[in-house]
Ligand binder design. Structure first.
Ligand code: GLA
Length: 731
């Protein structure tokens, strides 16, 4: 009783100026299988009261209540699971929002004002308006629930009408709460050539933070996504798991905080590091989208939710075909000329791929791009190397019968460039300290609208002068170094955030003018891999590490978040001890490309590659557009297997790999998933070296989907770096 009296007093105080809402008001954000229920109780604030498996009976929502946790002295505190908790209120844990108001007051209490829902492409959008009762500061929470895919994305708008500027020092996209006996976090750590490395740890009381402070190339050391196992570590086939990812191509921060009573809050946000953001009266601060799915059938189902959602609603042209390609980077580096490239284009055609992609080294004249020490910023063709300009290259590609793609890195500048000579103030660097360099380059200050115009103009000029350019590989090889914007001057707190917004502005303008130009997002490998950038890019480069053994882990990791048609994988000469077949079979699980001197291949290897390209193209409905099932994890043994099934379940493909098996280790059959149990499938081992006989025992048989899923096939061997690709065709 004592609790209740104290609690009511607190509520009536905090509700001053606000009408009592009477009955608790429920706001239901629902997909086909998940409910996120928010409630406005009598105190007029907004709390999460349920997040879990969808409730069958609407009436049950009224039985949900918000928790009040007794304090240790026996009194009660009005601490519930506030959806967008402000700093300085009665909650003693990490807030979503921290604002210093114009009068210096650092507290924010947000009260429910209104909400409404409307249908949007693929789902239902709910917007909830909250307002502080003492300051003219408003937050609108947005949720889009994609019913069929079981995905929810959420972001928030912060704005105010105070007399001057307010300062934001925390600005989360949202908050989610869990109450369970244990929590396990799987993170995806990274570095150059070591992307998407998975590791799992239990979350204990206190905070665990995943973040980066790299500015650009911001996912280099940690990727902006995680798996959260509820009650058990995330498991592929069973158990409850939240998969979450932030769409932000800059510094991010996920905070996982287990509080005094063992509840967990998850706070996805832009990293506020060095970013005390000045928000002017009337301006709106829009947070990035946090995208999540809550699976009760383990990570496999969660990934399939995200993959299906991304292709339909987020990834640029996510349901359009992808271009196979031959790239020249690993083959020629910076050493090429027009004739050599024209020869490679013919080789690309002979291989059967759709496009030739010219990489780094084609530009700049005063400071030619002979190596990575000069030229970035000067985006005109190098006349010595390529006297006929890009036009001669696009002509040669047309003659060869392939498309032409081009590498650019437009957000960067080498100090040895005409651009830097003309505009040193466009580069982010300290005015009063010795400049340090990452890959001999500096990051252009995209918070500056003039720089945005320059970058947009450079790319636009390339495209408008050379309509034959069919594709860009857009690179970003440096984090932000020397973190000072000459443009922002005393407002340096905006730099990390406004820089990223500047990049989006450039990309938006390009997308408006060239809406369907396919582009690869690259960042010294996979240091840019987020769902905001992927609104503008059809795919991303997973890693410069193309050693097929390493790629099994890297691609396995990224597949938790992204569909195969967003992930580029190329056959190269990394790890020559692996056969060309093994390398190609590994790359065939994603968007296939080659970055290898084809003349180095034997006649048989080349013939094998041609066949593999043709097979891959035939299997696109399964690999690129179908559903993926991770079957055997490389993290759990010496093998890996994945199968893909087309939407009509008529075509499927199984990729199975032996990495470095132990002597006479136990080999288990691989049971497929996602097939139609009542269909009969013809089983064929494909991607065989010329003259090689199929090793698969089931080759040539017709087996039911039921059998293949319950009994499976023996595909693993004791051989090191062996692979088997099996096509299943419904009869
Ligand atoms: C980055 C990319 C590579 C290549 C080089 C060119 O490292 O990841 O694929 O394009 O830049 O400099």
């Amino acid at each position: 009783m004592k609790h209740l009296i104290f609690f009511s007093l607190l509520l009536s105080l905090s509700c001053a100026g606000y009408a009592q809402t009477g009955e608790p008001k429920n706001i239901r954000i629902a997909t086909d299988h998940t409910d996120l229920v928010l409630q406005v109780p009598e105190n007029g604030r907004l709390y999460q009261v349920y997040f879990g498996e969808k409730l069958r009976h609407e009436a049950d929502l009224d039985n949900l209540g918000w928790q009040v946790h007794p304090a240790s002295d026996g009194s009660a505190v009005a601490r519930g699971w506030e959806v967008y908790s402000g700093s300085g209120n009665e909650d003693f844990f990490e807030p979503a929002l921290a604002v210093t108001h114009t009068d210096g007051n650092p507290s924010t209490y947000l009260y429910y004002v209104s909400h409404r829902s409307k249908p949007v492409d693929g789902g239902t959008q709910t917007d909830i308006v909250l307002r502080d009762d003492r300051y003219p500061l408003e937050v609108t929470l947005h949720y889009v629930a994609y019913a069929e895919e079981d995905v929810i994305k959420t972001w928030s708008d912060i704005s105010h009408k105070e007399k001057g500027s307010v300062f934001l020092s925390a600005y989360a996209s949202t908050m989610l709460y869990f109450s369970a006996g244990s929590y396990y976090l799987t993170e995806f750590s990274s570095d150059w050539a070591k992307e998407a490395q998975m590791s799992t740890q239990p979350l204990r009381p206190g905070k665990k933070v995943l973040d980066t402070k790299l500015g650009s190339r911001a996912a280099m050391h940690m990727h902006p996504f995680f798996l959260l196992g509820i009650g058990q570590p995330a498991d592929e086939g069973q158990g409850q798991v939240l998969i979450g990812t932030l769409g932000w191509t800059g510094n991010f921060r996920f905070t996982f905080e287990v509080d005094n009573v063992g509840n967990l809050r998850v706070i996805p946000a832009i990293n506020p590091y060095a970013s005390r953001y000045e928000l002017k009266r009337g301006e709106t601060f829009t947070t990035p989208e946090f995208i999540f799915t809550l699976s009760r059938q383990g990570t496999g189902q969660g990934s399939r939710n995200l993959q299906a959602w991304a292709r339909r609603y987020q990834l640029k042209d996510g349901q359009e075909p992808r271009l196979t390609l031959l790239n020249n980077w690993e083959n020629t580096g910076f050493n090429f000329n027009q004739d050599l490239l024209a020869g490679l284009m013919k080789e690309a055609k002979d291989l059967g791929v759709d496009m030739f992609l010219l990489d780094d080294g084609w530009f700049a004249n005063k400071y030619p791009r002979q190596n990575d020490r000069a030229g970035l910023g000067d985006w005109e063709v190098n006349r010595n190397k390529l006297p006929g300009g890009i036009a001669a290259l696009t002509d040669a590609a047309r003659e060869a019968g392939v498309k032409f793609g081009l590498w650019i890195e437009p957000e960067m500048v080498n100090p040895k460039s005409e651009l830097f000579e003309q505009h040193p103030e466009w580069a982010i660097h300290y005015p009063n300290r010795k400049t340090y360099y990452y890959r001999n380059q500096l990051v252009l200050d995209l918070s500056n609208p003039d720089v945005q115009d320059y970058v947009y103009g450079a790319v636009d000029r390339l495209l408008s002068e050379n309509p034959g350019i069919a594709y860009f590989k857009w690179d970003c090889n440096s984090p932000i170094t020397n973190i000072y914007s000459p443009y922002l001057k005393e407002r340096q707190g905006q730099l990390y955030i406004d820089h990223v917004r500047g990049i989006y502005r450039v990309l938006q303008r390009l997308q408006a003018k060239y809406p369907h130009l396919p582009m690869m997002l690259c960042s010294g490998g996979g240091a840019r891999c987020d769902y905001e950038a992927l609104k503008y890019f059809t795919e991303f480069w997973c890693s410069d590490n193309t050693d097929p053994v390493e790629r099994l882990y890297i691609q396995w990791g990224f597949s938790h978040i992204f569909p195969a048609n967003a992930m580029c994988a190329h056959v190269t000469n990394w790890n020559r001890t692996a056969s060309v077949k093994f390398r190609t079979d590994v790359a065939s699980m994603c968007k296939l490309g080659f970055d290898i001197g084809l003349h180095e291949l034997s006649t048989e290897e080349l013939e094998y590659c041609r066949q593999a390209v043709a097979n891959w193209k035939q299997l696109q409905p399964a690999i690129m557009d179908g559903t993926q099932y991770r079957l055997v994890s490389p993290y759990q043994g010496n093998h890996m297997a994945v199968n893909y099934v087309s939407a009509d379940r008529d075509t499927a493909v199984l990729f199975a790999y032996d990495i470095h098996p132990r002597y006479q280790e136990k080999l288990l059959p691989v049971r497929l998933q996602g097939l139609d149990p009542d269909k009969l499938y013809r089983v064929e081992e494909i991607n065989l070296m010329p003259g090689a006989r199929p090793a698969l025992k089931a080759h040539g048989k017709t087996l039911s989907g039921d059998y293949l899923m319950k009994v499976g096939m023996e595909v693993f061997t004791f051989g090191s770096m062996q692979s088997h690709v099996v096509r299943l065709t419904a009869q």
